[in-house]
Ligand binder design. Sequence first.
Ligand SMILES: *Cc1c(COP(=O)(O)O)cnc(C)c1O
Length: 382
Amino acid sequence: MSNTNQVERIFLSPPHLEGNEIDYVKQAFESNFISSVGPMIDGLEQEIAEYTQIPYAVGVTSGTAAIHLGLVALGVEKGDKVITPSFTFIAGVSPILYQNAEPIFMDVSPETWTLDPNLFEDYLKAAEKHGEKIKAVIPTDIYGQSCDLENIAQIAQKYGVKVLCDAAESMGATYNGKSSGYDADAAIYSFNGNKIITGSAGGVLVSHSKELVEKARFLSQQAKDPSPHYQHSTIGFNYRMSNIVAAIIRPQLASLDRRIQKRQSIYERYKKALSHIPGISFMPIADYGTSNYWLTVIKIDESLTGFSRDELRESLADHHIESRSTWKPMHMQPVLQKFSYYGGQVTEKLFDQGLCLPSGSQLSEAQQDRIIHVIQSTAFKR
Ligand SMILES: *Cc1c(COP(=O)(O)O)cnc(C)c1O
């Protein structure tokens, strides 16, 4: 075993700074907008609208805050039912509970790993028959791949269900030539430290509806009525993005396409080196769009590889390489077990077998070779 102190640790998806962020931050400092208002936020919102072609955007403190505001702006209230895939991060679910609404978990499609539109439609059909009202759905883009959003939005519209797309992981991905999130009533992206672009934190809510985004903007700033004194007719939040955070994100947004290319080449290199190993397979890329390749994810079929996902994760960890298991299903989370689940075993199987590999846009070929070597020798040992 190599000496711990001398081996450089490889992280899953560390922040990637362009270098000129500091110039933007300096500009923000010099303008003295050390605040949750300022030209950097305005500029970022405009650039996101241009990039995604979704015309309205409001910058907020996190992707989670954006989901919460999106639900409020779409009218999700106490007791309302909200469908969401079980295969997701809890940040897509917590805001449903902040609203005292009720999540309904659903299985994903084995072809896309995102919400299965057929299950979704079956559920809504049956719900209509027995008079169950569904208020909203949060389809989630996963590991950089868009969900089947046009399809989901069409079904949702037929049954009067609002669509809030959790595109936290998929900024820059496309679906039928449009930006991820485009076909939803509203969508969110995250700028958390592990995402493809980051402000250390941050999120944005986007929509084709000006009214919806303005409502969210109002609520994100403590819901201050237009009045010369502090007056409130509704309860809001302190969710507005900081001008400093916006300054960090803007130059990274400008380089998003290059970052996607880099992550794609990382994915392709893994695929070339590992896909011939019996029992190792890759997350499928749906033909309706392009992924941003946020994370490369493999599946380990232990009956063929002779080693489990967790054994591989541990052997990578022994070599100072961070990898992560795929999301533990929401319907299996101790805090969420009382809510209902609809579907089969796709999500559970993905959780048993899936492993996310280091995919940062600054990962060097030498680092990637180190990772590949550990995986190959784990396979070869058996
Ligand atoms: C990162 C992430 C979020 C939350 O974003 P934050 O900015 O960390 O609050 C929500 N949903 C998914 C699927 C995510 O990956």
